[in-house]
Design a protein around this ligand. Structure first.
Ligand SMILES: NC(=O)C1=CN([C@@H]2O[C@H](COP(=O)(O)OP(=O)(O)OC[C@H]3O[C@@H](n4cnc5c(N)ncnc54)[C@H](OP(=O)(O)O)[C@@H]3O)[C@@H](O)[C@H]2O)C=CC1
Ligand SMILES: O=C1OC[C@@H](O)[C@H](O)[C@H]1O
Length: 414
């Protein structure tokens, strides 16, 4: 009966978070958004409007009119546009921090330019096309005393942290294997999507696969030592359009890979599998496939699975199956929308509401960091670099090769 009322309440508040005016006592962080990107409203603007220490002050788009329409729609006071629109916004002394949701292949250039302009950066995943560029961005941010965060938003939500706490508690014994799957049926992703353009850092492994890579590393607590198997299916645009076909060369529609990860206990290696697909073909050519959005850890004494690990606020199901005396399997299902002590945390309960999205939790952490407070969760340079390093290794193994390095040469490094 509880969820009969609590689910509509949670979903209503998730989609209509209350506007929280900036606190006069705390100097709010003034943000600029680089690009009128589709993801910006849900992943950043809406959470920011609910945060008392965040103000979305500006948006920049390549087209001034597009920037103005976007600004008006989301109540953003300043709109920058045109050839120099992005840089003009970065030059604005009233901006403290930037949200960068540009295509992956532009992350490096515009993050480096934002850091050069003295702005902190909340950077969409994956950080860049290559590990080398990722390292450069983090090192430059460190040198400049600025905060850079790769926006793996799901990591800030209590649901995935609860899975990690269950695994780490030893309740289910040592980890034997794990898998993370993120795949969408054919339909939503059009051929002209940035994800199908190699020059913009496209590919399933870059897009959805970067979460699955991050997830197996997070839940196992380690980095792989080798790739046991990797294979990819290339994207083939449905039309004969020559530019779409050229853009899609070496772009994976789907990738699967299995890794060996050393077990923390020193026993035999953990086997970790990832699967990602931007556009799963229908079964028998006409039955649409169901999305795949799960992370699962199999241990010696049972298993734990989180259905919908990337967007748990909307719906999730955390299922624990534990072998008990007599070979019976006990099953329990948990719902974890807030910390509320569920992750075994001691001291003050971290902030949160049942309707907080992964993005809202993430913004809380980002602002805590900027304000000199200790964020509940943080992802550092090593995490970001290792993730893309292993993505590059998988691309090498599948024969598709790394996404192209940016041609931008930062002044700071030239
Ligand atoms: N955290 C999450 O849940 C999600 C994260 N993402 C990440 O966010 C980023 C953007 O994704 P998404 O919002 O779906 O993408 P969009 O295609 O909607 O947005 C990309 C933006 O990049 C700008 N841009 C600049 N140069 C180019 C170019 N040459 N070609 C195309 N666009 C360009 C455009 O801005 P302009 O307005 O200036 O034209 C556009 O608005 C990616 O890194 C992706 O991985 C995406 C979806 C979900
Ligand atoms: O969360 C997501 O879901 C859809 C993807 O294409 C996107 O880039 C990713 O971040």
């Amino acid at each position: 009966m509880g969820s009969f009322f609590s689910t509509p309440y949670r979903l209503f508040k998730t989609f209509n978070p209350p506007y929280t005016p900036p606190l006069p006592s705390s100097k709010p962080i003034r943000f600029g958004v680089l690009g009128a990107a589709a993801i910006a409203p849900i992943a950043f603007i809406s959470p920011a409007k609910n945060h008392a220490e965040a103000v979305v002050l500006a948006v920049a788009a390549r087209d001034k009119g597009r920037a103005e329409v976007f600004a008006k729609k989301y109540g953003i006071p300043k709109a920058y546009g045109g050839k120099d629109g992005y840089q003009d916004m970065l030059n604005d002394p009233e901006i403290d921090a930037v949200y960068n949701p540009l295509p992956n292949g532009l992350h490096f250039e515009w993050t480096m330019k934002a850091l050069a302009a003295g702005k902190h950066v909340l950077l969409e995943k994956p950080s860049a096309d290559t590990a080398d560029e990722t390292r450069q961005m983090y090192e430059y941010a460190e040198r400049r005393g600025l905060v850079l965060l790769e926006a793996f938003h799901y990591r800030f939500h209590p649901a995935i942290q609860r899975v990690k706490a269950i695994v780490d508690s030893g309740e289910l014994g040592a980890i034997k294997s794990l898998e993370a799957r993120l795949a969408l049926p054919r339909g939503p992703m059009k051929d002209n999507d940035i994800r199908f353009d190699l020059s913009l850092g496209g590919g399933a492994l870059m897009d959805m696969g970067c979460y699955t890579m991050n997830c197996i590393r997070y839940l196992s607590g380690g980095n792989p030592t080798s790739i046991i198997h990797a294979s990819a299916e290339q994207h083939v645009p449905s039309s004969n359009d020559a530019s779409l076909r050229a853009a899609a060369v070496n772009v994976d529609r789907s990738t699967t890979a299995t890794f060996a990860i050393p077990a923390p206990s020193g026993s035999s290696d953990i086997t970790a599998t990832i699967f990602c697909d931007l556009s799963m073909p229908p079964t028998f050519g006409f039955i649409p496939k169901m999305p795949q959005v799960s992370a699962k850890v199999v241990c010696e004494g049972g298993e734990v699975e989180l259905f919908n690990f990337p967007l748990p606020t909307f719906y999730h199901s955390l299922t624990v199956r534990k072998r008990v005396a007599g070979g019976r399997v006990e099953k329990r299902v948990e719902k974890v929308y807030t910390f509320g002590g569920a992750n075994g945390s001691e001291g003050a309960t971290p902030k949160g509401e049942v309707w907080w999205t992964t993005y809202r939790y993430q913004l809380e952490a980002f602002i805590d960091k900027l304000k000199g407070r200790t964020p509940q969760t943080w992802l550092d340079k090593e995490d970001a670099v290792s993730n893309i390093e292993w993505i590059e290794k998988v691309y090498k193994e599948t024969g598709l090769g790394s996404r192209p390095k940016s041609t931008y040469v930062p002044e700071a490094l030239s």
